[in-house]
Design a protein around this ligand. Structure first.
Ligand code: FE2
Ligand code: FE2
Length: 134
């Protein structure tokens, strides 16, 4: 069973493109978790981590563009962007530390990624649909 299973009722933000992005992020976190459990080679883990890092940046930019183009309330936008910046920082730090062999990817790593994403989708991303009114 994958670490995170897509569930429309729990995770859909009612915007198709954003849901697709979230499904891709979930799939990458699941891949990382599986690779860690199976003890895959460092190159494989490195590849998944880089993809996760790049896709996260791409996705956050897309959400921020969407909010800006719909005149999202400034306070909400700033808060949302701050959450993204914080996670981007943590993720890039993780990738760097793993590359420099300062840390290993563990269950705690998968759990952290899972909890951050699920929590962010449910508490912050879901507000987007309500405000831009798709
Ligand atoms: Fe998102
Ligand atoms: Fe977001």
């Amino acid at each position: 069973m994958p670490l995170i299973q897509w569930n429309n009722d729990l995770y859909s933000v009612k915007i198709e493109s954003i849901d697709k992005h979230h499904q891709t992020l979930i799939s990458l976190i699941n891949q990382l978790h599986e690779a860690m459990r199976e003890g895959n080679a460092k190159e494989i883990m490195d590849g998944i981590l880089h993809e996760l890092n790049d896709y996260t940046i791409y996705h956050f930019n897309a959400e921020e563009d969407l909010m800006r183009s719909h005149n999202y309330p400034m306070e909400e936008y700033t808060f949302h962007k701050e959450q993204h910046e914080e996670f981007k920082f943590k993720l890039s730090e993780l990738v760097e530390k793993y590359q420099n062999e300062e840390i290993l990817i563990s269950i705690e790593t998968s759990k952290f990624l899972k909890e951050w994403l699920v929590n962010h989708i449910q508490k912050v991303d879901k507000k987007i649909a309500g405000i831009i009114n798709y």
